[in-house]
Write a new protein. Structure first.
Length: 579
């Protein structure tokens, strides 16, 4: 690729155009932009220039290449938090959408301005719950209390996004964030009014998404299992664990650390028990350790169940945020194993590893003490003393017998050589043990730890990073090339550049796509997390074996007739504009 990954804005492009700077022609016109584009966005005047993208000539809404991923236009600074909803929805739409394609709304009315979000046409059908289960009937058939039933607003909008994000027949290049945010329920709206941080609002949005989807389906569908993990907590080892549902994990800027694992470790790694806790544990007979003289560890926090979608939010800075200076930023792994923090993994893998690591440290400490003892005695350097004595005997004869000096000199030389050999052996052993200790670190779990966890059946597939939204104006999203599916919805170069960085340039109202390798994507994230961010940062991990192949997504899409009809109408409309 030519140019660094943060050269992503093209200020010379015409209003409302979509550029893929992965091509040589578009790269040639790239202008260098600041590495933290979100800062320049936030410093700009909060005027509603983004409406010019949505109101541009309709032929400019058409993709140059049907394989391009649809883009999300932010709803503006006054709707900053809710603009993240659509980015999350887009990530779900291209990775795990099938559950949301199951509701059949019978008709999804078409409106030429639907992509703006606030003009989605109302359906002529209503959701009612009868003895046979939920069903959609014509409004004229709705009677009695059925008139009071809550109607789905979010999922019909989400289905439209799923359609344009996955269908190769869709020529729609972008949609407004309002497509999703205008369909949220009163609980989400109330949360937006009451809270300042995305992490306080987002659980309500996720709940809205899965409860409304289940409301439209028969049987125990439990879409919540896609998003809701279960965590365990206890104040002390003498008390039972208390479960709690968890859809979002958040970290304040003060919790930034060089790696994501180092941010999780203080919360979830077991700590050494003090003597009082050890006595309680022995009485209860619930020791997680292996007994004996090994260090004992207590589990206070753990995961019990991990949902396929694992959402993390780095909170934005506020007036109380302490200064954060992380020289290299946070390393967000492309493959993450939160399973290491489940209760089973903590008991079967983590605690034994921590105990082994402590034993190795104790052994190495003893070797270091031994090397120190071979170095000096009573404050004098042993090696220097021996060498001085040997040199003395080389120059001065002891008594009348010359062999006596030679024998003593040879004996001292033998002691010196043995001392050097012993120190070298200890140093080699110390270095090797230090490597083993490093391999048992949870700052970046080694292949050895991962393999041990696999052998003990506590982890299987990793969670892979699919979205990193630095702000609604600057987000990184992974293309769906999962499960050996070679027909990505994002072009033929997706294997070489599986990530897209999508920036909506506030100054020129231009949307720019920049293909990135995994390493380049990580570098962008590191750059954005060196200091506290002025906007929340949303990360979405999805379990690798849960990501749906593109071919299956398109089959599910074709099986939803109302949505297929909607796509055809949008295709016909945009095709007429191209004539």
């Amino acid at each position: 690729m030519s140019g660094p990954p943060d050269m992503i804005l093209n200020n010379d492009l015409s209003l409302g155009t979509l550029q893929d700077v992965g091509s040589d022609s578009s790269r040639a016109s790239d202008g260098a932009a600041p590495s933290d584009s979100s800062d320049s966005v936030l410093d700009a005047e909060p005027v509603s220039k983004f409406t010019s993208i949505l109101d541009c000539p309709v032929d400019e809404c058409i993709k140059d290449d049907s394989s391009q991923l649809v883009n999300i236009v932010p709803a503006g600074f006054s709707a900053l938090l809710e603009s993240y909803f659509s980015l999350f929805a887009l990530c779900i739409a291209i990775n795990v959408p099938s559950q949301f394609l199951k509701p059949d709304f019978r008709e999804l009315p078409y409106n030429e301005q639907w992509f703006k979000g606030d003009t989605v046409a109302a359906s002529p059908y209503c959701l009612v719950h009868r003895d046979s289960g939920p069903q959609f009937v014509e409004k004229s058939e709705v009677v009695g209390n059925e008139l009071l039933e809550t109607q789905p607003q979010l999922i019909p909008r989400f289905q439209r996004l799923i359609a344009v994000a996955n269908s190769l027949d869709s020529k729609r290049s972008f949609v407004s964030a309002k497509l999703i945010s205008s369909g949220v329920d009163v609980n989400v709206t109330q949360a937006l009014r009451s809270f300042d941080h995305l992490s306080e609002v987002f659980p309500q949005f996720i709940m809205n998404l899965h409860t409304e989807n289940d409301m439209c389906l028969k049987g125990p569908n439990a879409t919540s299992k896609l998003f809701n993990s279960r965590a365990l907590h206890r104040p002390s080892v003498a008390e039972p664990f208390q479960p709690t549902s968890l859809s979002v994990l958040n970290f304040s800027p003060e919790n930034y650390a060089p790696t994501l694992y180092e941010m999780f470790n203080p919360m979830l790694l077991p700590e050494e028990e003090d003597e009082e806790e050890e006595e309680d544990e022995q009485v209860d007979g619930n020791s997680p350790g292996n007994g004996g003289s090994r260090t004992r560890y207590a589990i206070e926090n753990a995961f019990d169940f991990l949902a396929p979608v694992f959402t993390i939010i780095f909170d934005d800075m506020d007036e109380s945020t302490e200064e954060v200076n992380l020289s290299h930023g946070v390393e967000m792994p492309m493959e993450f194993y939160p399973q290491l923090y489940t209760k089973n993994a903590l008991e079967q893998v983590v605690i034994p590893v921590l105990q082994e690591r402590q034993e190795l440290r104790d052994t190495n400490k003893a070797k270091l003490n031994k090397m120190t003892s071979l170095q000096s005695f009573q404050g004098k350097q042993i090696k220097s003393f021996l060498n001085s004595s040997i040199n003395y005997l080389d120059e001065i004869q002891l008594g009348d017998d010359p062999t006596r000096s030679k024998e003593l000199r040879d004996h001292l030389q033998h002691i010196s050589d043995e001392l050097s050999t012993k120190k070298r052996e200890l140093l080699v052993q110390y270095t090797e043990l230090q490597k083993q200790i490093t391999q048992l670190s949870f700052e970046r779990p080694s292949d050895r730890i991962i393999e041990l966890a696999r052998q003990r059946g506590v982890i299987d597939e990793p969670y892979v990073l699919r979205l990193a939204a630095l702000s609604p104006y600057d987000y990184l999203i992974a293309r769906n090339v999962s499960n050996n599916d070679k027909h990505s919805s994002s072009g033929s170069n997706s294997a070489e550049s599986p990530w897209l960085r999508v920036v909506t340039d506030f100054g020129s109202t231009t949307i720019t796509q920049h293909p990135l390798t995994e390493t380049e994507a990580q570098d962008v994230i590191k750059s954005a997390t060196r200091h506290a961010s002025e906007t929340p940062i949303l990360f979405v991990y999805i379990k690798k074996d849960s990501i749906e192949p593109v071919s299956e997504i398109r089959r599910a899409l074709a099986g939803n007739q109302p949505l297929a009809d909607f796509l055809q109408k949008d295709f016909d409309f945009l095709s007429r504009l191209m004539l």
